[in-house]
Design a protein around this ligand. Structure first.
Ligand SMILES: NC(=O)c1ccc[n+]([C@@H]2O[C@H](COP(=O)([O-])OP(=O)(O)OC[C@H]3O[C@@H](n4cnc5c(N)ncnc54)[C@H](OP(=O)(O)O)[C@@H]3O)[C@@H](O)[C@H]2O)c1
Length: 255
């Protein structure tokens, strides 16, 4: 059985978040699931009932870019389901960008969702967590945040910001008795990556990713990055000087 009785997952209506919600409910948690689309959330609740999981899913529709709504939803979950013991801030999106289409709008949009959506979630959770001196925060970033990659200047920047944010917060979290995990997945088959026109190396299914995330969270790891063989090469790339990194990355990502 899982160590958490109440969990909150954002971006939980499909993809990684939905698979993780079902995985944690299978492990006995009651999981508050948030996303904008109420229909998809209700369908997932229905799916959990069909599967007869020991835990349960409860829908809390939310747009994570709205700080006030994040606070209201966090307070409603605590009032109705009990203290949030684990929060997985996972809502996010990706849009490839070419130089010829450069404009500020898609950068602002992705930062609002991928980065400030997480900041809003943390701000909503911290008052109760600091009072209790308990709470486990998990931030879903990406291996795309390790180094700059072609066509991902907005997505990669938002995920690099999250990695830095998590590293910066960890020491104070630990001092306050709180836990922090940083989830950096490689490619996972979801509606988001179904749009990719290129072959994705080491592609995982969403339920496989969810099991790896649940396992890493139960082990209380700071970084949960997978699949390991892909992560290993990307971490090596991180060590290369620019004069070697740029020619190599051009060769690897050339269509
Ligand atoms: N799939 C991969 O290969 C991969 C790899 C590394 C990292 N990641 C990260 O993992 C996370 C989930 O990715 P995914 O592939 O599962 O994506 P996905 O299938 O597109 O699911 C995204 C989820 O986020 C929700 N969402 C989007 N905008 C929202 C908003 N403003 N407020 C609240 N919820 C919102 C969506 O529901 P609504 O549209 O109904 O709101 C949906 O539930 C993202 O942060 C992504 O960057 C994914």
């Amino acid at each position: 059985m899982s160590p958490w009785s109440t969990v909150w997952i954002t971006g939980a209506s499909r993809g990684i978040g939905a698979a993780l919600a079902l995985e944690l409910a299978t492990r006995g948690c009651q999981v508050a699931i948030s996303a904008r689309g109420t229909e998809a959330l209700d369908e997932l609740v229905g799916e959990s009932l069909r599967r007869g999981v020991p835990g349960r899913l409860v829908a809390y529709p939310l747009d994570v870019t709205d700080a006030n709504s994040c606070l209201k939803v966090a307070q409603a979950i605590e009032a109705e389901l009990g203290p949030i013991e684990l929060a997985v801030l996972n809502a996010g999106s990706h849009r490839p960008l070419a130089l010829k289409d450069f404009s500020p709008a898609p950068f602002i949009e992705l930062m609002q969702l991928n980065f400030f959506g997480v900041v809003n979630g943390v701000a909503a959770l911290l008052p109760a967590w600091r009072k209790r001196g308990a709470g486990h925060l998990a931030i879903v970033a990406s291996v795309a945040g390790y180094r700059g990659l072609p066509t991902a200047p907005a997505y990669g920047a938002s995920k690099a910001a999250l990695i830095n944010f998590a590293e910066a917060l960890q020491p104070e979290f630990a001092e306050a008795g709180l836990e922090l995990s940083l989830i950096n997945p490689g490619f996972v088959r979801t509606p988001l990556t179904d749009r990719n026109p290129f072959p994705m190396p080491f592609l995982l299914e969403a339920d496989d990713a969810a099991r790896r995330i649940a396992h890493g969270l139960e082990k209380r790891r700071f970084e949960i990055a997978f699949p390991w063989r892909f992560v290993f090469w990307l971490k090596l790339l991180r060590l290369l000087p620019y004069r070697l990194y740029f020619p190599l990355v051009r060769r690897i990502t050339r269509p």
